[in-house]
Design a protein around this ligand. Structure first.
Ligand code: PHE
Length: 348
């Protein structure tokens, strides 16, 4: 019986050493030490031993049982620390690997000009508003005093949507005048940057999507002199303190009187007079930069203001062409193609 026990011990220790996982260890324990395990099977023979032999063999069996349990515990903790070591090794970060450089973006040149323009007006106390690019007939036309079926609507080359009867892509930022005035009371000084859309074939100077900045001021005492003062100040901030500015009578349904505003061509300004064949102004000596005027009484009425009490001026400018001027470029498409080789040349 001692020999049997010695054999069992031997075999159990070998099996434990071969275990690769905690579940295997548990199986070994059950196989040797469980109720129906090999140790108990051997001990069932104890009864056949002499009274002197019995305690000694019993003690031996207990020692073997303790030893096996101790080895199982030892092996279990080995397996656990192996696992830890393995996962540490596998998941280690190699700090010597070269980094992955992320190219740094910057403000798009168009957006940069927009921010510059908005910034000049914010410094004059204007606040910034935005409106939806999908508009309806009322905001884009009706409330802006475009009569129904009036030919002035044709000048806008509107892109209509099939979403709803009168859904369209706004053709200018002026509908935001209506939205702001309908939700706020004067005094108002507001500047509105945003994208607009018209049915245009894209070429060097046309894009079906373009950008405007709209501005307006409404209060009890606002006059055309305020319009001139604000716009001259703005244009000289943007183009330089000596820039020549002129106002020409014009027409917009939503302003009366209306004026288009030109700045002296900076290319010609070098010579002091219009240069025939100038690439920038085509020999005219002036560049048209914005439309403006005193807000029409019908527009004030459409937003619930009393034109006997408040007046306002408004202006709008396309900023894509201003950005071309600013960077001495002559093709609008460069701004929309998003070629990083181009954009990368205009870090903000
Ligand atoms: N909305 C006009 C346009 O797109 C510009 C403008 C705005 C004119 C405000 C006068 C007043 O051409």
């Amino acid at each position: 019986m001692r020999a049997e026990l010695a054999g069992l011990r031997e075999q159990a220790l070998t099996d434990i050493a071969a275990c690769q996982a905690e579940t295997e260890l548990e199986a070994v324990r059950v196989r040797y030490l469980g109720k129906k395990g090999s140790l108990n099977a051997i001990l069932r023979g104890l009864g056949g031993l002499s009274a002197e032999e019995r305690p000694a063999v019993g003690a031996l069996a207990n020692d073997i049982k303790d030893e096996i349990l101790a080895r199982i515990a030892e092996k279990a903790s080995e397996l656990a620390s192996d696992g830890l070591r393995r996962s540490l090794a596998e998941e280690r970060t190699d700090v010597t690997l070269p980094g992955r450089a992320r190219p740094r973006g910057h403000t798009h040149p168009l957006r940069a000009v927009e921010q510059e323009i908005v910034g000049i007006f914010v410094a004059m106390g204007f606040s910034v508003a935005e409106g939806p690019e999908i508009e309806d007939d009322f905001h884009n036309f009706g409330a802006l005093n475009f009569p129904p079926d009036h030919p002035a609507r044709d000048t806008q080359d509107t892109l209509f949507l099939t979403l709803a009867d009168d859904a369209l892509l706004r053709t200018h930022t002026s509908p935001v005048q209506i939205r702001v005035m309908r939700s706020q009371r004067p005094p108002l000084r507001v500047i509105v940057p945003g994208a607009c859309y018209r049915r245009d074939e894209p070429d060097a100077t046309h894009s079906p999507m373009f950008h405007q900045v709209e501005g307006f001021m409404v209060d009890e005492q606002v006059t055309f002199a305020d319009l001139k003062g604000v716009l001259v100040h703005f244009l000289r901030r943007l183009f330089g303190p000596e820039t020549g500015v002129r106002f020409r009578p014009s027409f917009f349904p939503f302003t009366e009187p209306s004026a288009e505003v030109d700045i002296a061509c900076s290319a010609c300004a070098v010579t002091g007079r219009p240069t025939p064949g100038c690439r920038v102004c085509r020999g005219k000596g002036w560049l048209e930069v914005l439309g403006s005027g005193m807000i029409h009484p019908n527009v004030l009425r459409a937003v619930g203001y009393d034109p006997e009490v408040v007046r306002g001026f408004a202006f709008g400018m396309g900023i894509d062409r201003l950005a071309l001027l600013r960077h001495d470029l002559d093709d609008l498409r460069l701004f929309f193609e998003n070629d990083l080789r181009f954009l990368g040349q205009y870090p903000s």
